[in-house]
Design a binder for this molecule. Structure first.
Ligand SMILES: Cc1cc2nc3c(=O)[nH]c(=O)nc-3n(C[C@H](O)[C@H](O)[C@H](O)COP(=O)(O)OP(=O)(O)OC[C@H]3O[C@@H](n4cnc5c(N)ncnc54)[C@H](O)[C@@H]3O)c2cc1C
Length: 381
């Protein structure tokens, strides 16, 4: 990859830089009232969308901007420099949209993509169940064929944003087959449908960012199948590859923002000249940059095949462990003060980071994927 920007790219970078300087909000990452935090982030996404900075590489006919991946990377870098917050619809932008683009029909692309980009409709991912997490194919939520619609019964768990989402990417079992990966159907479920109950789960941070979802005789029209009926596993795998690749790229951006905030945090505490603190932060910054460069591999793979490759798992794995180390450093350098106040938001980030090595695939599972599918080592079982 050539890292030198062309004249047109430099012009675009300057335009984005000026826009972000004038428009990026400076709200704290976490804490406070979750509802107002979500609304602030929703408004921020709408503003980005109106300015043409969301769905930049998505097709223009569906609300995207049809721009190059290079423009997307320039934009990501400028977001870092501006310390700008992420848009609200992370799951929709990182997984929902890309999976509709890959497997949806024209009517579905027209229906779902634009409201997702403008944050009018938030998306959530209904995969995990009480007895199916890493081993997703063990899921038991049923989709019973009733002619022109399905009737869904079952339970999902850990569903991020389900309490504000309009659409759920639901993986359900239509038929029992010898291979548990067969007979699954991928449905886009309207979260306002009768029979859906969402119960919040409170995390260590005190926020209830994720939920349990109960489905009782929920009617889902067949027009809301994504891909082929009974072939949901393929669509689910595309979703997970994007979760770790496309979303991983956003995480690489996020890591650099965190590293620069950490440097700022140490300066505020008067520790900017402490050699041990400097070394630690320099090391985190180097790793965050290496992560970004690795992200370019995921981009290359998307450019070639439309879908990120299994090497996207490197991004998620490295980011989650680096993020935990960075937030630990933030707590360490603040000393006992970190335990009492909110430590400039770092206490929240430290607590939230504990889940990073579980969500979107645990570190153990990602290491298995990398060993088998990238390095070609024998299967573990
Ligand atoms: C903050 C957060 C947000 C989430 N959001 C969502 C969401 O929006 N939608 C959704 O569907 N899910 C979501 N999840 C669920 C997440 O995907 C699962 O927690 C994750 O896949 C692990 O599954 P599990 O919790 O059932 O653990 P298990 O799969 O039961 O794993 C338990 C332990 O066993 C280990 N293990 C399991 N299998 C193997 C193996 N083959 N080799 C080695 N070790 C193994 C794991 O690494 C782990 O340490 C979220 C989770 C968190 C923490």
């Amino acid at each position: 990859m050539d890292f030198e920007l062309s004249d047109a790219e430099k012009e675009f970078r300057d335009e984005v830089r000026a826009w972000l300087k004038a428009n990026a909000p400076h709200d704290a990452e976490g804490g406070g009232d979750l509802k107002s935090f979500i609304e602030r982030r929703r408004a921020w996404q709408k503003k980005l969308f109106d300015a043409g900075y969301v769905g930049m590489t998505w097709p223009e006919e569906y609300g995207g901007r049809g721009r190059s991946f290079m423009d997307q990377l320039i934009f990501n870098d400028e977001m870092i420099l501006a310390h700008a917050p992420e848009p609200i619809n992370v799951i929709g932008l990182g997984m929902g949209g890309p999976v509709v683009i890959a497997h949806g029909n024209d009517a579905q692309k027209k229906r779902y993509l634009e409201p997702l980009l403008s944050a009018e409709e938030i998306w959530c991912q209904g995969f995990s169940e009480p007895n199916a997490g890493s081993d997703l194919s063990g899921l038991q939520t049923r989709a019973e064929d009733q002619g022109d619609h399905y009737v869904v019964n079952g339970q999902k768990v850990w569903t991020t944003l389900a309490h504000v989402a309009k659409w759920c990417m639901l993986l359900a079992r239509e038929r029992k087959e010898a291979n548990p990966r067969d007979g699954l159907t991928y449905l886009l479920v309207d979260m306002k449908s009768p029979g859906i109950e969402v119960r919040p789960l409170v995390q260590i941070t005190g926020d209830a960012e994720f939920n349990e979802i109960f489905f009782k005789d929920v009617k889902v029209p067949k027009s809301q199948i994504l891909g082929e009926a009974g072939q949901g596993w393929v669509v689910a795998m595309t979703t997970l590859l994007h979760e770790r690749g496309t979303l991983g790229l956003a995480l690489a951006t996020r890591a650099q923002i965190t590293a620069s905030e950490l440097a700022e945090h140490s300066r505020k505490l008067g520790l900017g000249a402490d050699p041990l603190v400097r070394q630690k932060i320099a090391q985190h910054t180097i790793e965050a940059r290496a992560l970004q460069l690795n992200g370019y591999r995921a981009v290359t793979s998307v450019k070639r095949g439309g879908i990120p490759g299994p090497e996207g798992s490197i991004l998620k794995l490295m980011w989650s462990e680096l993020n935990q180390r960075m937030t630990e450093t933030a707590m360490d350098i603040a000393g006992p003060a970190a335990q009492v106040g909110d430590g400039d938001g770092w206490k929240y980030q430290f607590l939230r980071s504990r889940a990073n090595t579980i969500e979107a695939g645990t570190s153990e599972v990602l290491r298995n994927i990398l060993a088998e599918r990238v390095l070609g080592l024998p299967r573990s079982r």
